[in-house]
Design a protein. Structure first.
Length: 469
């Protein structure tokens, strides 16, 4: 360890390496409450710095834990002895190419900052996790992130055209993968392999991302239902209609209550909540909004708040409760913990075909009584992605019970034709779930192929060890 740190300080300069343990501890944790440990945090400022770090790690057998903003929720970014490589100083937007429909960026660029720049040009980067204020391009690529526009725009998989990666080998080899064009054949698709690889194959130092024009206009509705059955009726009707929302989010009444406790809102959030966003032509806006309102009311919505355009939706706080989903879950657990006790939040990220969402929700609710747990339920219902969550207070709750519940929820997803992670990744918490999924498809061999791929890219197993495979 001392050898690695000494070499890094000598090669990069002391300003780029910190061994201050108070600071290191801050870089060793995730919002879910998982806490790891590391020897140092290294702050590269260029591709060359990253190559030096990779080479030094290889020479000294030092594990590397790449990190954007560490907002992962499955243990993806938690270190376990080694160095954290924080990409926060590599945060430049290098090119905005409107005619080509892409941007070239460094990995530490935050998604909201990218969108602030693109909005001036009438464009957007559509992948918008609820953490977009801090989530970075490098983290989103490596987690295969999705977000609130997922119902129409999907996940990072659809939006990454190319990446530069540095390998953890004796040279710190730099590979420039992918193209600046949508059409691109370069043999096996290594760019796609990096998307969702959770920092286990290479260090992403640059990315070419597709961008999309901002829609001409948008309309939104936030609806509160007296029960999940009526909400699911509205959801199914929306999927059947040709409206094709880009945003279709939900939260159950308990989660709504907790998420909005400390919020100053212009409406009273009460009931099971559905948030719908639709892209429209300007002339069609009022008609589509009326049709949407009618559909929601016909399915029993008791309260509907509408907005024309994103500015009005923000002013009316239509997104606020949904964006607070995780904070609500953490808040309830903190309340139970009282002062001084540590907490964790075990949040699922399952996905099922949208037609199976009502059944998934029913079965998840049944588990609540089986395990005697308070389960928070919400997620990106439009693409079948649900985030049921349970809080654990250390010394009060039995983590084993929660772990059993966690496994049962993943089993439900697989049994309904889905899988255990839609966008958060496998990390530490879903490795068993991944195995179960592949096994039940008769494809366990895929796990050994993944382990072989990992060995080819990272022969010493230095990149984010213990994660995913
Ligand atoms: C409140 C909250 C809401 C969230 N909502 C969503 C959501 O709606 N949708 C969603 O998909 N996710 C969501 N997440 C999860 C997470 O925020 C996203 O996946 C986000 O994209 C991660 O970005 P990050 O910069 O924090 O990455 P990190 O957590 O720092 O890293 C993610 C992974 O990428 C690796 N990595 C990071 N940078 C690099 C690099 N340059 N090279 C190689 N590997 C790298 C890390 O090792 C880790 O495995 C949410 C999290 C929170 C706390």
């Amino acid at each position: 360890m001392a050898d690695a740190i000494r070499k890094l300080v000598r090669r990069l300069g002391p300003r780029k390496v910190s061994t201050d343990q108070a600071l290191v501890a801050l870089y060793a944790r995730e919002p879910s409450g998982l806490q790891g440990r590391a020897w140092a945090v290294v702050f590269p400022e260029s591709e060359d710095d990253v190559r030096v770090i990779a080479r030094t790690a290889y020479e000294t057998d030092t594990p590397i834990y790449p990190q954007g903003s560490a907002t992962s929720l499955s243990g993806n970014a938690v270190p376990e002895n080694g160095i954290v490589v924080s990409f926060e100083r590599m945060n430049r937007i290098l090119e905005v190419n409107i005619i080509d429909g892409n941007v070239v960026v460094e990995p530490g660029v935050r998604l909201d900052d990218l969108n602030t720049v693109l909005e001036r040009e009438g464009y957007m980067f559509p992948v918008d996790p609820a953490s977009s204020a801090v989530a970075t391009v490098g983290g989103a690529i490596n987690n295969g992130a999705g977000g609130l526009r997922g119902a129409k725009y999907g996940t990072m998989r659809e939006w990454v055209l190319g990446v530069n990666i540095v390998l953890a080998d004796s040279e710190g080899t730099l590979l420039r993968l992918g193209c600046r064009t949508v059409k691109c054949r370069q043999g096996y698709d290594l760019t796609r392999l990096i998307v969702g690889s959770e920092g286990t194959l290479g260090l992403v130092t640059r990315a070419i991302l597709r961008i999309a024009p901002l829609p001409e206009d948008t309309v939104y509705a936030l609806a509160f239902f007296p029960g999940l059955d009526s909400l699911m009726g509205a959801f199914t009707a929306l999927r059947r209609s040709r409206i094709n929302p880009f945003m279709l989010e939900f939260m159950d009444s308990k989660t709504v209550e907790y998420a909005s406790r400390h919020l100053d809102l212009p409406y009273t959030p009460k009931g099971d909540m559905l948030l719908v966003g639709i892209e429209v032509n300007r002339e069609a806006a009022q008609r589509v909004l009326k049709d949407l309102e009618n559909l929601l009311a016909d399915h029993g919505a008791e309260r509907i708040i509408t907005a024309h355009g994103v500015e009005e939706a923000r002013r009316k706080h239509l997104f606020t409760v949904r964006k607070n989903l995780f904070a609500g879950q953490a808040g309830l657990t903190l309340d139970r913990a009282g002062p001084g006790r540590r907490i964790r939040v075990m949040i699922e990220d399952i996905v099922v075909p949208p037609s199976r969402v009502p059944e998934a929700v029913k079965r998840i609710r049944e588990l609540e009584s089986k395990y005697g747990l308070t389960v928070f339920l919400g997620g990106h219902i439009g693409d079948g992605n649900l985030h049921p969550a349970v809080g654990i207070v250390e010394g009060v709750d039995d983590p084993q019970v929660v772990e059993e519940w966690f496994k049962d929820v993943m089993r439900i997803a697989v049994q309904l034709g889905g899988t255990v992670s839609a966008e958060h990744g496998i990390g530490l918490l879903k490795k068993e779930g991944l195995r179960y999924d592949l096994e039940s498809r008769g494809s366990l061999k895929a796990l050994s192929l993944m382990a072989e791929i990992k060995r080819v890219f990272d022969p010493k197993g230095l990149l984010n060890p213990g994660k995913l495979v």
